[in-house]
Design a protein around this ligand. Structure first.
Ligand code: ADP
Ligand code: MG
Length: 250
C-alpha cells in the first residue's frame, strides 16, 4: 500500500506548493489526481517517486519510507525525456540495474512488447512520433517492473485520438500485473476513464479538496449517462475550488 501521510512542501524560494496531503492508495488501485496548473500535482508525484523530499510528513510503500528513487516506483513525465544519443532499447535499459546482458536485453524486449513497439528497439528517439515516444517512456518505467507507477499528465501533449488509444493501452497494461497507479491529469475524462478514485486538488498551497469514488464498471463508456454525471460532479467540484480560491484571494 502507498501511504502519503500529511505531507507538505515548501520550495527553497518560499513557494508553499503543498499542505497537509494525506492519501492511501491500495495495492492495484488507480488513483486519479486532478487540478489546475500550479496546484502541486507534479510535486506530489516527485515526492512519491523519491526524486524530491517533502518538508513535512512521510511517504511509504508497503511500510518502507521513501527517501530516494526506488525501482519499485516508476514515473512517466509529461514529455518523454528520451536521451537523443541512445537507441530506443538503450533508453529503456538506461536505468535498469541488470548486470547480465542477456537478461537485460530480455527485460528490454519484454517492455517494448508491452507497449506495442517490438520492432522499434534499434530506432533513434527522433524517428518516433509523439505517441510512440511516450510509449517508450512508458516502457522505460515498466522495465523495472514497478509496483507503483506514477503518471504525470502522460498524454496531455498528444492529439485526442492517440490519447484515447494510450489510455486504453494503460488499462491493458494495468490489467496484466495490477500495479498501483497514480495518474495526475487535468483531463476529467481521462481521470474518469481510468481511475477507481479521483482526488480533486485546490491550489495555494495545493491541498486535496474532495475525493470521488468512481464505481463504474470497466471498460467505461465515455458517452454513458453515468459517465456524464460523474464528469459533471467533478467539474462542479473543480469550479467550487476555483471560486472559493478567488474569494479567499480578494
Ligand atoms: P502542477 O503540476 O499542478 O502544475 P507543480 O507541482 O509543478 O504544479 O507546482 C506547484 C507549485 O510549486 C507552483 O506554484 C510552482 O511554481 C511551484 N514549483 C514547482 N517546482 C518548483 C521548484 N523546483 N522550485 C520552486 N517552486 C516550484
Ligand atoms: Mg505538473
Amino acid at each position: 500500500m502507498l501511504q502519503v501521510n500529511t505531507i507538505g512542501k515548501i520550495y527553497q524560494n518560499g513557494t508553499h506548493a503543498l499542505a497537509d496531503i494525506t492519501l492511501q492508495v491500495e495495492d492495484g488501485e488507480i488513483l486519479g489526481i486532478i487540478g489546475g496548473s500550479g496546484c502541486g500535482k507534479s510535486t506530489i508525484l516527485r515526492l512519491i517517486s523519491g526524486l524530491d523530499r517533502a518538508t513535512q510528513g512521510t511517504i511509504s510503500v508497503d511500510g518502507v519510507t521513501i527517501v530516494e528513487p526506488h525501482p519499485y516506483i516508476g514515473l512517466v513525465f509529461q514529455e518523454p525525456r528520451l536521451l537523443p544519443w541512445l537507441s530506443v532499447s538503450d533508453n529503456i535499459g538506461f536505468g535498469l540495474n541488470e548486470p547480465d546482458n542477456v537478461l537485460k536485453k530480455q527485460r528490454i524486449d519484454e517492455a517494448l512488447e508491452k507497449v506495442g513497439l517490438s520492432r522499434y528497439g534499434t530506432r533513434w528517439p527522433k524517428e518516433l512520433s509523439g505517441g510512440q515516444a511516450q510509449r517508450v517512456a512508458l516502457a522505460r518505467a515498466l522495465v523495472t517492473r514497478p509496483r507503483v507507477l506514477l503518471l504525470d499528465e502522460p498524454f496531455s501533449a498528444l492529439d485526442a485520438f492517440t490519447r484515447a488509444e494510450l489510455q486504453e493501452h494503460v488499462l491493458d497494461l494495468w490489467n496484466e500485473s495490477r500495479p498501483t497507479l497514480v495518474l495526475v491529469t487535468h483531463d476529467i475524462e481521462e481521470a474518469l476513464f481510468l481511475a477507481d478514485r479521483v482526488a480533486v486538488m485546490r491550489p495555494h498551497p495545493g491541498r486535496i479538496a474532495e475525493t470521488f469514488d468512481i464505481a463504474l464498471p470497466r471498460r467505461r463508456d465515455r458517452t454513458s449517462p453515468e459517465f456524464e454525471e460523474a464528469k459533471r460532479n467533478i467539474l462542479r467540484s473543480l469550479n467550487t475550488t476555483l471560486t472559493s480560491h478567488k474569494i479567499a484571494a480578494q
